[in-house]
Write a protein that binds this ligand. Structure first.
Ligand code: AHR
Length: 543
């Protein structure tokens, strides 16, 4: 299980955009001609009574990794001994920012880093924890792969999750550590003091087990950059071996196998046929636009990207997820429920964004359209984690001088605050904008309700750059109060960023809006105009 040869930079780029089948590193030509001359009218038809699937909260997940400024100099301030900071290392304003977006789950410690991480280094008294080189990422320099201070270890991660009420998810090292290590880690997190590692946790000040339910068996093993990289057949065997030992430590854990969002599904077929009996989830990752970030530098990238191109990532991702689901249906063993975890997804423009990125309003629209698609697929993909939470391709920006939410984080918050529990079918009749890689609907719509049947949440992304879309919304089986709460994220400039000088340049508004309700064809209806390049979450109450 030694690390494969020297890292192949071109191959890493290709893999890092994965899921996207980035075939070649071809520089983009001039932006594609695009036809966005579309009708500025649309219809949405909601059938409240139609039975929909559950939308588990875990689709609103986050991910943190020892990469760039995510943990070191982001979430965690070095020398974690400040009495005013949570656990000695998390600044109050950082904790508040994370709390404010309500992550349902957080995945850690990677990512590629996980397959090099030695978890026993990160427990016990801080002063005894070793500082190690970041074996996974330091080939790119210390800004990308900062030394591992081991201050933010297992207890800190689990207690941080408890503090922000997020379910912890851990990626076990299946690349450079034996299965016994993964089992001991489970024992440390989940067992009482009858077990030696449970005793060790108690000695470290925490008697009550953390009960970490979700465990990844390695990360992206198909990736030549990964520690322990291997073929799909080898990985399937390895998964079975790890699973047996990990489940002995705690039979209640859910185990997640590395999959890949690849149109041919070759890897997924081999993993599902070789290890399907032992797995609970297949992990899929995707970043967009994979080929651009390899081919051109940051300055030129801005000129090459049109407003619309990142939004085309949504149907591209959905296609990969749907193909991966087909793999499960085709090759998953009969009688075993295997679902997808989409535990890394985001826009990743240039490689160096792993140090620290910032995202604009259009990128926020991408997040909203993705969350709509995830709500629609939540029966097949009950877990999803945006990558990542802080700084490193991160939706929360943290600096010594301040902290702010990017529009992507504001969108995430708008969705977690109004999530609903049951999917409600929303049929949309609108024009499509013709793209280079994919076409996108002018309005991307999803809808949910509460379990009690008293609330209807409508999530609408107007993806058009310049047009208001006047929309007739018909509600069958739901009679709303005339006052609705409308949360809206918009700004005259779709490419507007928040920054330290203007951290709230793009923030959502919340208004109480009076609906002009009409009775049409045994349904209630009203007209609403969605502003250009905006995200709207409308909350309606049953009258
Ligand atoms: O999120 C950044 C990296 O992208 C992760 O470490 C890896 O899993 C993926 O390739």
């Amino acid at each position: 299980m030694s690390r494969e040869g020297k890292m192949d930079r071109r191959r890493f780029f290709r893999n890092a955009g994965t899921g996207l089948a980035v075939a070649a590193l071809v520089p983009e030509a001039a932006p594609a001609r695009r036809d966005d001359k579309v009708s500025n009218r649309a219809n949405i038809y909601i059938d409240y009574a139609s039975p929909g699937h559950e939308i588990p909260r875990l689709i609103y997940g986050q991910f943190i990794e020892q990469l760039g400024m995510c943990i070191e100099r982001g979430l965690w301030t070095a020398n974690g001994i400040n009495p005013d900071y949570f656990l000695g290392g998390i600044r109050p304003e950082v904790l508040e920012a994370v709390n404010s977006i309500n992550p349902a789950c957080i995945r850690w410690p990677g990512g590629c880093f996980a397959d090099s991480y030695l978890w026993k280094d990160g427990i016990g008294p801080m002063q005894n924890r070793p500082i190690r080189p970041n074996r996974a990422w330091n080939t790119w320099g210390k800004a990308v792969g900062p030394d591992v201070t081991n201050q933010f270890g297992t207890d800190e991660f689990c207690q941080f999750c408890e503090q922000v009420r997020a379910e912890p998810m851990i990626t076990a090292n299946a690349g450079s550590a034996p299965p016994d290590d993964a089992a001991a880690w489970i024992e440390y997190c989940n067992r009482g003091t009858e077990a030696p590692w449970g005793q060790e946790r108690a000695r470290n000040g925490r008697e009550k087990p953390y009960k970490v339910k979700y465990w990844f068996v390695g990360n992206e093993m198909w990736n030549s950059f990964e520690f322990g990289h291997c073929t799909a057949e080898e990985y399937a065997k390895r998964f079975v071996e790890y699973a047996k030992i990990m489940r002995k430590a705690d039979p209640d854990v859910k185990l997640i196998a590395c999959g890949i969002g690849q149109p041919t599904n070759d890897w997924n077929r081999a993993v599902l046929t070789g290890a399907g009996q032992d797995m609970d989830y297949l992990s899929i990752h995707a970043y967009y636009p994979g080929k651009l970030f390899a081919a051109i530098g940051p300055a030129r990238l801005k000129q090459h990207l049109s407003y619309y191109s990142p939004l085309e990532g949504v149907p591209v991702f959905e296609e990969h997820l749907d193909r991966s689901w087909e793999a499960i249906e085709k090759w998953g063993p009969a009688g075993r429920e295997i679902r997808i975890t989409f535990d890394e997804w985001n826009l990743w423009y240039v490689f160096w964004d792993v140090i620290r990125a910032n995202y604009n309003l259009r990128d926020g629209l991408f997040v909203a359209a993705m969350l709509n698609g995830l709500q629609r697929r939540a029966d097949r993909i009950p877990i999803a984690n945006i990558a990542q939470m802080i700084n490193c391709i991160g939706i929360i920006f943290v600096d010594e001088k301040g902290v702010f939410l990017t529009p992507s984080a504001w969108v995430f918050k708008m969705y977690t605050e109004n999530a609903g529990q049951i999917y409600v079918s929303a049929k949309t009749d609108c024009d499509r904008i013709i793209g280079k890689e994919a076409d996108i609907p002018v309005l991307n719509v999803s809808s949910s309700r509460d379990r009690a049947g008293k609330i209807l949440n409508l999530f609408v992304v107007n993806q058009h750059r310049t047009e208001d879309i006047s929309t007739e919304i018909k509600l069958a089986g739901f009679n709303p109060e005339t006052q609705a709460h409308v949360h809206e994220l918009s700004h005259p400039d779709p490419l507007r960023f928040n920054n330290l000088r203007k951290p709230e340049a793009v923030v959502p508004s919340m208004n109480s809006v009076r609906l002009a309700l009409k009775d049409t064809d045994s349904a209630k209806s009203f007209r609403y105009s969605f502003p250009p390049h905006s995200v709207t979450v409308m909350v309606l109450k049953q009258a």
